[in-house]
Design a protein around this ligand. Structure first.
Ligand SMILES: [Zn+2]
Length: 289
């Protein structure tokens, strides 16, 4: 193998391992953030939620420890959720795929941060039906910095982008204007939908955090992502409701059916668009612009 090939292999392994380690931290965020009284920094060491014993470093190796312990605490034998290795593996794979697409660049850092935020939000919303502001609001700032530091066409089509740059617009200005516009329209799209639903039905159909999450997604992914992300998340949501109903596992609460969170589907649609959106646009947009 050539030297360049060896270097790429080492970089790829490092990027995957980095993702696994971040995934391990993400598990702490997902467990502690929605639970009052648990700060992210204290207790400093991870503990078993069942017997409260500290977890030794060798039982805290991403994915591997869970497999070796066959999903049980070494101390009290309480089962450890499969969510832990799943989140770690997901973070490792996301890191790997973003590296494949962007290389070791500023864009890798920003998109990886974005993907990790989406993952944490999806799992917290799934369990607690809440999207923590602390994960969403500061990430707006990261998104705007990303639009300035690593400019990318967040406006529809290359024609408009090319036209603006020809008329003397700075690339960074186009990028950040597009991102801000995408944020406003992305937020409004779900906010108006949610408002109209409440007006018609008399109760909320969406969580308060959903429009804010939609704004975050479109801030990072740009104006052309609004319709595809809305469409894709609705389809994914619908499919899972059908699957849950057919398999008799639709969550029930007291009198009726428990609502299912929309955040995980928005997050999943955003990740799909992050990887395949550009491909889809290059095939679709030239036809309409
Ligand atoms: Zn235990």
């Amino acid at each position: 193998m050539e030297l360049a090939g060896v270097a790429l292999g080492i970089a790829t392994a490092f990027v995957f391992a980095f993702g696994l380690a971040v995934g391990s931290f993400l598990n702490v965020v997902i467990f502690r953030l929605p639970r009052t009284g648990l700060a992210l920094s204290s207790p400093a060491r991870s503990f078993c939620p069942s017997c409260h014993n500290q977890i030794a470093w060798y039982d805290n190796i991403p994915v591997l420890s869970w497999v070796l312990l066959r999903g049980h605490c070494r101390g009290c034998r309480a089962p450890i959720s499969i969510r832990y290795p799943l989140v770690e593996l997901l973070a490792g794979l996301l890191s790997f795929f973003i590296f494949q697409a962007e290389g070791l660049s500023l864009r890798y850092i920003f998109y990886f941060y974005f993907a990790m935020c989406l993952t944490a939000i999806a799992f917290i919303d799934l369990e607690f039906m809440v999207i923590p502001d602390v994960l969403v609001i500061p990430t707006y700032a990261v998104g705007l910095v990303s639009a300035v530091a690593a400019p990318h066409p967040s406006l529809p089509g290359y024609h408009l982008y090319g036209y603006l740059s020809q008329t003397g617009w700075d690339l960074r200005l186009i990028s950040v204007t597009g991102a801000a516009l995408a944020f406003i329209l992305g937020f409004l799209s779900l906010f108006v939908l949610s408002f109209a639903y409440k007006l018609l039905k008399g109760h909320r159909g969406l969580g308060e955090g959903d429009p804010l999450l939609m704004g975050l997604i479109t801030l990072f992914l740009g104006l052309p992502s609004i319709l595809p992300v809305l469409l894709l998340s609705s389809i994914l949501g619908l499919i899972s409701v059908v699957v849950l109903v057919i398999s008799g596992r639709f969550p029930k609460s007291g009198l009726g059916l428990r609502p299912i969170p929309f955040g995980p589907f928005l997050a999943l649609a955003a990740l799909i668009w992050l990887f395949w959106g550009q491909w889809f646009l290059s095939w679709y947009l030239p036809a309409i612009l």
